[in-house]
Design a protein around this ligand. Structure first.
Ligand SMILES: C[S@@+](CC[C@H](N)C(=O)[O-])C[C@H]1O[C@@H](n2cnc3c(N)ncnc32)[C@H](O)[C@@H]1O
Length: 363
């Protein structure tokens, strides 16, 4: 069965790695296979994953925002009117529709194999038809061809069918997740809060271990701390922020987290922590767009990187999300040379390019 995992633009490969790791622990006739990563530019990455063991474990993935089962695909879809007929034919007669509906029924708990559905259509490319025409072609095809009966509605649907046409390729998939997967419960957000899936990917890159003393020195609403707690046991979580509102939101978001969690109002340039006392650091530095004064960023980055280098133990890991990776690198070379640079991952945050940068503290 082909599944589509939707995540933040740029996170496709990291989401696949998490899926592979999680699925390796569940019984299945064969290991999962990566069938491709599609970019819906500026909006999402879609990981296509061939997996034989049932959809439920996919719903627990932290780096993923939505899970779909693929019901139909079409390739070389024409940009003129013929494209709509191709879409209709491919969706109507797809052999994957029946198995996809079964997977949807298992996850949703629906008792019957029929009901109402809504099509969410997205198009990228230079098609001569409109997004809503694609939606209509898909809706007609589902109504006419899928085992049902299925009736299209504008709202209050039993099932969502997402049709994504990127240039000449159509992916038609039934949504298995609901909004709670993307939102992770009722987290309080601040304007610069990270999407939880992005925070989860950064946490995974710290290589969580049960004896971790974990720090986010500029934690905002605490999204990275919440995701670190979700990633498994830890020894201590430390988070702080210079803003009172952020510390309030952080405390509210961490209320349900058990174990030793210390939240403080502090200045990350002078952390109240011992030298070499922290194992892992993940931080989302201010980009200078929504928060702060961009002219102060070089100095702030230098001072914060120096402080992280001071508190991180030899061999410890640092993962930074930053808008301007060159500024970060110049802060590192100027003030934190003990942090050895590792891989980087390009992502998009609110439509802006950004970079996740990995570092390891020298022995
Ligand atoms: C990009 S936001 C972090 C968002 C956070 N990762 C979240 O998901 O909510 C950067 C944070 O750095 C904080 N900040 C700015 N200067 C600081 C400083 N000198 N010390 C501590 N925090 C600071 C801001 O108040 C802001 O909350």
């Amino acid at each position: 069965m082909l599944y589509a995992l939707q995540t933040v633009p740029g996170l496709g490969m990291l989401a696949w790695r998490e899926a592979e790791e999680v699925l390796s622990r569940v019984p299945a006739p064969a290991p999962p296979r990566l069938a491709g990563i599609k970019a819906v530019p500026g909006r999402d990455d879609i990981v296509l994953l061939d997996h034989q063991g049932g959809p439920k474990p996919l719903l627990s993935l932290r780096t993923v925002e939505d899970v779909f089962v693929v019901a139909a695909r079409a390739f070389r879809v024409a940009a003129d009117e013929r494209g709509l007929r191709q879409i209709y034919a491919a969706v109507r007669s797809s052999e994957s529709a029946g198995p996809a509906l079964n997977a949807w029924r298992r996850v949703s708990g629906a008792r019957t194999g029929h009901g109402t559905f809504r099509v969410i259509a997205r198009t990228v490319g230079r098609q001569q038809y409109l997004r809503r025409d694609v939606g209509r072609a898909v809706a007609d095809a589902v109504r006419d061809g899928w085992p049902g009966p299925w009736r299209p509605v504008e709202e209050g649907e039993d099932m969502e069918v997402w049709a994504t046409l990127v240039d000449q390729e159509l992916l038609c998939a039934t949504r298995l997740s609901d909004a709670s997967m993307r939102q992770r419960g009722k987290l309080r957000h601040l304007p610069a809060s990270l999407r939880p899936a992005l925070a989860a990917a950064m946490v995974a890159l710290t290589h969580p271990a049960p004896d971790d003393v974990f720090l986010d020195p500029m934690a905002g609403a605490g999204t990275l701390l919440v995701e670190r707690a979700a990633a498994g046991p830890f020894a201590e979580l430390h988070g702080g922020d210079i803003s009172d509102a952020a510390v309030d939101a952080m405390r509210a978001n961490l209320r349900g987290v058990g174990g030793r969690v210390v939240t403080s109002r502090w200045d990350a340039r002078r952390l109240p922590l011992e030298d070499r006392s922290v194992d892992k650091v993940a931080v989302n530095l201010p980009f200078g767009k929504q928060i702060g004064d961009p002219s102060g960023l070089p100095e702030l980055y230098r001072e914060v990187m120096a402080e992280i280098a001071r508190v991180l133990r030899p061999g410890g890991r640092l993962v930074v999300l930053v808008g301007d990776a060159r500024l970060l690198e110049s802060a590192r070379t100027g003030a934190a040379r003990s942090l050895r640079p590792g891989p980087r991952h390009r992502v998009f945050v609110l439509g802006q390019p950004a970079m996740i940068c990995e570092y390891t503290q020298s022995p």
